[in-house]
Design a protein around this ligand. Structure first.
Ligand SMILES: N[C@@H](CCC(=O)N[C@@H](CS)C(=O)NCC(=O)O)C(=O)O
Length: 204
């Protein structure tokens, strides 16, 4: 039976669409649309999971939320050959894990805060400056990493690139990449992948 992904437009669940396409896992996408006024997900998502947020994955009787958890679930079940995630004894594994979790953690937060403070009209003052500082710190950290490694986990493309992709596309769209040649080169490399292009056709 195909897994079912509940996807919200203009959301981080793009990463799971991309990962499903990279893995070649048979899947069904159920599209949900944000409210034009609140930007929240429609209430029917709460019938599937109490938080009503996307992405949400259904696999038979299993319902799983949280992007990182969904990614780990899919990889454990459908990437037994470890094409898209290093084995625990690989030297790339700790770095891979860190980026997988960073993508919803310290790396994600400044972009989210920029979005919310922008919506609230807070564009200068101490809070805006603090957020700009955090964004700069994160962008410099990513640039330093990608100056030394072709991909987030090392020399090969992994699910960590899918998960980090959304942040970097968002940062780029917010004009936050500045002069970051290694990050730009990585972005060009991964967005040229056929699975990324296929994701754009279904998952935006
Ligand atoms: N930590 C969760 C966050 C999920 C989340 O906040 N999803 C957003 C989409 S980017 C959402 O559903 N927002 C609509 C809402 O909260 O109603 C994850 O990693 O999946």
């Amino acid at each position: 039976m195909a897994v079912k992904l509940h996807h919200l437009n203009a959301s981080r669940s793009q990463r799971i669409v991309w990962l499903l396409l990279e893995l070649g896992v048979p899947h069904e996408i159920v599209h949900h649309k944000r409210s034009e006024t609140t930007r929240l997900a429609p209430p029917d998502l709460k019938k599937i999971h109490p938080l009503g947020k996307s992405p949400l994955l259904e696999d038979g009787n299993v319902v799983i939320a949280e992007t990182g958890a969904i990614a780990e679930y899919l990889l454990a079940k459908f990437d037994t050959a470890h094409k898209l995630h290093p084995k625990p004894d690989s030297p790339d594994f700790p770095r891979y894990l860190e980026w997988i979790h960073s993508s919803e953690g310290a790396v994600f937060l400044p972009g989210l805060l920029t979005l919310y403070t922008g919506m609230a009209g807070i564009t200068d003052g101490p809070v805006a400056q603090m957020i700009a500082g955090e964004r700069e710190k994160v962008a410099a950290h990513i640039e330093a990493h990608l100056s030394k490694h072709a991909y987030f986990a090392g020399d090969t493309f992994t699910a960590a690139d899918c998960l980090m992709g959304f942040q970097i596309v968002l940062t780029d769209a917010q004009g936050g990449l500045g002069n970051r040649p290694a990050t730009k080169a990585w972005l060009d490399r991964v967005t040229a992948r056929s699975a990324y292009q296929a994701m754009l056709a279904v998952g935006v």
